[in-house]
Design a protein around this ligand. Sequence first.
Ligand code: SER
Length: 497
Amino acid sequence: LGRLLRQIGAPPPMLAHELRQAYIDFFTEKQHVLLPSASLEPVDVLGIPDESTLFTSAGMQQFKPWFGGQAPAKHPRVVTVQKCLRTSDIDSVGDLSHCTFFEMLGNFSFGDYFKREVITWTWEFLTQVLPIDADRLCVTIYQDDDEAYDVWHDVIGLPDDRIHRLGEDKNYWPANVISQGPNGPCGPCSEIFYRVAPLDEMTSDASLTATQRYLIDDDAGRWLEIWNNVFTQFDRGESADGTVALTPLPSRNNDTGAGLDRIIRVLQGVGSVFETDLFRPILQKIEDLAGRAYGGTMNETDFAMRVVAEHVRAMTFCIADGILPSNEGRGYVLRYIMRRAMRFGRMVLGLREPFLHEVAPTVIKKMGGFYQDLQERRDLILKTIEAEEERFLRTLDHGIARLTDLLAEPDVKQSGRLSGAAAFALYDTFGFPLDLTKEIAAESGVNVDTHGFEQAMADQRKRSRESGGERVVFAKGGGSEIERATATVASKFVGYT
Ligand code: SER
């Protein structure tokens, strides 16, 4: 697209590194101090490890002591570009929207500017510094936030049908904090959405209100959230009788989080973040290795390519921050991400030799200009990835040998069924993933008893609990493999507390 635009004399769309710089320049001109991204292993501005989450998951996280008043803010205005990792939807990665790693643009006020300034700057940045079409934007506010409404309506001039008032589930940070807690600093927020669908695809039913139409279209993926301004202005307190009070904080703060990947997608006019300049070179490398073209569809090749591209990016950043693959906590999540990428590479793309360490240099090249750690730790990153790939291949070899024996057993051959206990033993002993067992068994016309697998897993967890629950992997019931793996680690993110 860039080449084409240059040929016809039009300016090419902004690239990711240009967006980072434009954002930093805009806010430093407004007296914000640029601070570096915190590590993905959460540590706050005071240098104290933050045990409340496994990974840094929002731009504001390192500033919790400043928001919560535990320490005076060193600067009243701060701008950052923060590396974030969110792993709740890890098994959805591969579709057109989910990512584990992303960058959050953040501008923060600690007792300094508030709604009027930040809303005005948001609009100026999106529609004047960036060439985003203002007619394609709408905003949401908390239902009672008349202050925010007045700025959007009277100062910016947005008509009522583009300002949607929603409840605490959508427009409060942390979500649902008023009714569900936790106590502590919180506030209403205002999100900005870009219309990614053409007008004629939008709901036009005149019997619905503008907000009802917006909600339908948002559910259908026709609006893309690109920006969130959180106005941290209350201290939530709950008395013994359950009465909740929202007391105004002595100093009112602002916490902006804007998704760089998504804004770049909008600026480059492409259908998903995977077609932006952030992902294209990574996908190109995977195309070269796999000898197949990426088509941007939901077919299994494209899905697998996105899994690999996204996960290589995430693992590269994790390792650069000193997180190494292991069997528990954060290291386990990294191992899970790495093995998921290997599995898709091997099973769908036919990449049977170690390949991830050949993709990672593309990430380092693309992003190492801004995140210099990637370049400084290049050796560590590539060696760690290759070692983990070799380890996984050995695991697979052992598991495949055992599975081949099992599939040759007369009762398995006769019944066409592999017991859940056997599949679980493979998983438990060799770390052999269930979906791989299913796939290999299917090649011999054998089904795997997945219900029995789950049962064996539950029994194992029960035994583990009874014996003191030392093993992290089976420490707590329910949920996905990754939830079980991290169940002993506190991981509830409670916003500002
Ligand atoms: N804390 C808010 C978020 O993560 C805004 O930065 O969306």
